[in-house]
Design a binder for this molecule. Structure first.
Ligand code: EPZ
Length: 421
């Protein structure tokens, strides 16, 4: 397995180009299953998770073509070889559950392995399943698989989510595009990735209103057609790299960054005394007065502070002036980076869903272990600021969500390299 070595203490200066959004691409790709015509996605990120989703679509019988070094993906699900998404594929990536709605809507039956939990939590899919049942699907859970079938088309339903779920909103929005009648999703997720999916589905002929709000209406149509769609910029990659000059000092311009994608992060960065300015090509970030102010934050569904930036923010706040508080409200176990940061000298106390972070003068490089995608990049950020060398192991987590991480940071002056463990 690879390791990433970071020798910290150097301010970063330069530019970083933001790639297409992993979490938009992972729902846009299954949308191709809703039509027999080709769906072309451009500005796709080159990530392990995208390769994983490609394998699942191919296992169903879709033809997937990658070009422009993987940035252009053309998917044609003219006919299905099977409607089963196998455990061996699904267990490696939770987003695989997003093929369930589209297969069921298109084929009237689907067998998809339950994704199982992951490091950050149990991550059940009960809201996905309850929503499909409300739309007339008959579901049976057997042997770790969900067997779903419908008599004829899925039917319209009014579905009110007890709490916000990004994946359930995406799965049901896709399924409803081919349903009979108008489906309403209440307390729907409002993430930009959902807006991007709705825009793509509309270009495919879907009738959707209200994306980006918590009330989405989908009028089912008989069939969808192919289209070409550009994947939006990755707001989590953007937010992650905005924290790099904040934690090291220096000034970095994020090319393709848009303020509206990270407005809740920018509010917190302003509080931390970090300057974020709009430029012609994106956003420029630097410290205002050479230090970081402590703050309190709570993770919430969009437009609140994203849980996917919580670990990265904890790394920043571990060298802030004063004591910060982080409340993680989305996942039940998303503080595994805290003990790793403490190995680097951070002073963090975890009390249930709250982490108290007492800022220290300096972090010290140390061997640390990545546990999930965003925790691992939080450790890299800490390594950029720490004195000495940090070895981050299990970096396969990183490759799931960050394209060319080392190259992007090295281009701004970071002393970072990938080595075989
Ligand atoms: C998406 O996961 C993202 N993944 C996650 O990003 C992100 O952290 C999460 O949304 C929240 O923003 C993709 O888009 C591929 P949820 P998802 O359904 O859809 C619980 C990353 O690092 N829940 O909004 O799985 C769930 O356990 C990843 O890129 C149920 O209980 O998240 C969680 O506690 C990590 N039952 C909360 O709701 C359900 O049926 C929010 O989950 C569904 C969810």
């Amino acid at each position: 397995m690879d390791q990433i070595l970071v020798r910290g203490g150097r301010p970063l200066n330069g530019q970083i180009e933001i790639s297409g959004a992993k979490n938009a691409c992972l729902t846009l790709m299954p949308a191709a299953l809703l039509t027999e015509e080709p769906l072309e996605l451009t500005n796709a990120p080159r990530l392990a998770d995208i390769e994983m989703m490609t394998k699942i679509l191919v296992s169903l019988g879709a033809a997937v073509q990658l070009s422009e070094q993987g940035r252009r993906i053309t998917i044609e699900a003219k006919n299905f070889e099977q409607t089963l998404a196998h455990y061996d594929l699904v267990r490696k990536m939770r987003a695989s559950i997003l093929v369930l709605g589209p297969i069921l809507a298109r084929m009237g039956e689907a067998t998809v392995s339950l994704p199982g939990g992951c490091a950050i939590g149990a991550r059940p899919v009960d809201l996905h399943l309850k929503g499909l049942e409300a739309m007339g699907a008959e579901l049976e859970l057997k042997g770790g698989y969900v067997h779903a079938k419908t008599n004829g088309r899925l039917k319209a339903a009014v579905i009110e989510f007890p709490f916000v779920s990004v994946g359930a909103t995406e799965n049901l929005m896709m399924a409803a595009t081919l349903g009979k009648g108008t489906t309403v999703l209440k307390n729907a997720a409002r993430e930009p990735e959902i807006v991007d999916l709705a825009r793509c589905l509309r270009k495919m002929g879907a009738e959707i209103e209200g994306e980006g709000t918590d009330f989405i209406e989908i009028e089912g149509v008989d069939a969808l057609k192919g289209t070409s769609h550009k994947v939006i910029a990755d707001r989590i990659e953007l937010g992650t790299f905005m924290l790099a000059p904040a934690i090291t000092g220096g000034e970095v311009e994020l090319i393709g960054g848009k303020r509206r994608l990270v407005s809740s992060l920018i509010d917190k960065l302003e509080e931390a005394d970090i300057a974020v300015e709009d430029t012609e090509n994106g956003l420029k970030v630097r410290r205002k007065n050479g230090h970081i102010e402590a703050l309190e934050l709570t993770t919430e569904p969009y437009p609140g502070f994203p849980t996917d930036l919580q670990a990265q923010m904890m790394a920043l706040l571990s060298i802030a002036k004063g004591t910060s508080k982080i409340h993680e409200k989305i996942f039940e176990n998303r503080f595994m980076h805290a003990p790793e940061l403490m190995r680097m000298g951070a002073d963090i106390e975890v009390q249930g869903g709250t982490a108290i972070v007492r800022g220290v003068e300096k972090l010290r490089g140390a061997p640390v272990m990545a546990t999930d995608l965003r925790a691992s990049v939080g450790l890299v950020l800490a390594g950029l600021a720490a004195e000495g060398e940090t070895q981050v192991s299990r970096v396969y987590h990183l490759d799931r969500g960050y394209e060319n991480l080392e190259a992007k940071l090295a281009a701004c002056g970071a002393d970072i390299e990938r080595v075989k463990e």
